[in-house]
Write a protein that binds this ligand. Structure first.
Ligand SMILES: NC(=O)c1ccc[n+]([C@@H]2O[C@H](COP(=O)([O-])OP(=O)(O)OC[C@H]3O[C@@H](n4cnc5c(N)ncnc54)[C@H](O)[C@@H]3O)[C@@H](O)[C@H]2O)c1
Ligand SMILES: O=P(O)(O)OC[C@H](O)CO
Length: 380
């Protein structure tokens, strides 16, 4: 049963917010979430890996490096010491980049009090293991309720109070079903709620997290095509076919296809593929215009999750026999030196398939898949 069917939509308003929230990661998104959560009086403790950023936030209530121009709530305190940030927390949000999640979680192990719920906000799939971000937390911090926040939320727009919404996914145990008002999901939803920010609850962690990981790779593809001089038809085609890839991978892992049609799927995909505010889209545009990687973003190191995730997403898809031609194209360009124009020309000349893809084919052995596609699906 779905959580929202079980509880009804008025639930989050009657749940109690967490009063002391620890936000781990003081980049753009962690800082924006800290600011949002602090609006209703929640005490927010923000961890920055870099002591100078913590000092700046405490002295100026600004994070000029990662979220310039935002005057942060005065109640936010920052530190580079995990114990200081975590010891009194009622709940934790983990907002470091996906490649740093396991190591950060490992460092938290010794200092995080037991039973504290953790919401992961990084978007990605772990290189090598193919694990979701929430699964890394289950590995490294067993015994904590784990959720994921994902959806169309540029940090600077969220912090500026532009009306925004995202999906908040938690797995629900029997206790949550008996007492949904006290579930971590409901309490986290009210903790984050402001007049301009709302979350929608889900119990499909897989669907939500796959959406967040795949959309960044598709956004790089959209950017590359825009940079190479193509326009809106191309972008719309990539969004729609990218959604199909996202849906197939989510389903192959046990997620639900309707999750992909929500905020964390099509919502975030549309946002990220529409604007160069997105670092993923922007990287694609710069490469499409002919820049070399080291010159993109003026040579500044910037978190572009879709770059490494082009490999982890396609590795996982290959393991599950899920065809993801757009993600494969991005991987080939970024990591195997394939030329952009020729790679997209190849993508456009792939054999014709049906729409939507037949999901049963996703799970078939590749030989069977090739046969079925050849005979039934590919008009000659
Ligand atoms: N920026 C957004 O609009 C946005 C929105 C939704 C989700 N996210 C996700 O949030 C996550 C963080 O992104 P961001 O935009 O806040 O990043 P950012 O580029 O603004 O900042 C990166 C942060 O990560 C820290 N960091 C870098 N390497 C680290 C390491 N090895 N260990 C610990 N910390 C390290 C940096 O010190 C910095 O605080 C990403 O997975 C991203 O996809 C970002
Ligand atoms: O700037 P990007 O491309 O990392 O996208 C940021 C967020 O994920 C948008 O929801």
């Amino acid at each position: 049963m779905k959580f929202d069917q079980l509880t009804g939509e008025s639930l989050p308003r009657s749940a109690h917010p967490y009063r002391r929230l620890a936000v781990i990661g003081a980049g753009a998104y962690g800082t924006a979430l800290a600011h949002v959560a602090a609006q209703d009086g929640t005490q927010v403790s923000l961890w920055s890996r870099r002591p100078e950023i913590a000092r700046l936030i405490n002295e100026t209530s600004q994070n000029a490096e990662y979220l310039p121009g935002v005057q942060l709530a005065a109640s936010i305190t920052a530190s580079d010491d995990l114990l200081t940030v975590l010891r009194d927390a009622d709940a934790v949000m983990l907002v470091v980049p996906s490649h740093a999640l396991r190591q950060t979680a490992r460092e938290m192990r010794a200092v995080l009090p037991p039973g504290i719920p953790i919401t992961v906000c990084a978007k990605g799939i772990e290189a090598g293991s193919g694990l979701l971000m929430s699964q890394i937390i289950e590995d490294e911090l067993p015994g904590h309720t784990v959720g994921a926040l994902s959806g169309p939320t540029f940090a600077k727009e969220l912090a500026a109070g532009h009306p925004s919404a995202a999906t908040l996914a938690f797995s629900f145990d029997q206790a949550d079903r008996l007492d949904p008002e006290n579930s971590a999901a409901a309490r986290m939803a009210v903790t984050l709620a402001t007049p301009a920010f709302r979350t929608y609850l889900s119990d499909d962690l897989v669907g939500v997290e796959i959406g967040g990981a795949v959309k960044n790779v598709i956004a790089i593809a959209c950017g590359m095509m825009r940079g190479a001089g193509f326009a809106e038809n191309t972008r719309a085609a990539l969004i729609a076919r990218g959604l199909d890839e996202m849906k197939a991978l989510a389903e192959a892992l046990g997620g639900r296809r309707e999750t992909v049609t929500g905020l964390s799927g099509i919502g975030d995909l549309t946002l990220t593929c529409s604007s160069t505010t997105s670092r993923n889209m922007s990287l694609g545009v710069q490469l499409g215009q002919g820049s070399v990687r080291s010159d993109c973003f003026g040579g500044k190191p910037t978190v572009v999750e879709g770059e490494a995730n082009a490999i982890s997403v396609t590795d996982l898809a290959r393991k599950l026999y899920v065809p993801m031609p757009i993600c494969e194209t991005v991987r080939g360009i970024l990591h195997d030196d394939q030329p952009i124009t020729e790679s997209f020309a190849r993508l456009w000349s792939e054999p014709i398939e049906s729409e939507p893809r037949a999901m049963s084919l996703t799970f078939a052995h590749p030989t069977a898949l090739a046969e079925i596609c050849t005979v039934e699906e590919r008009p000659r």
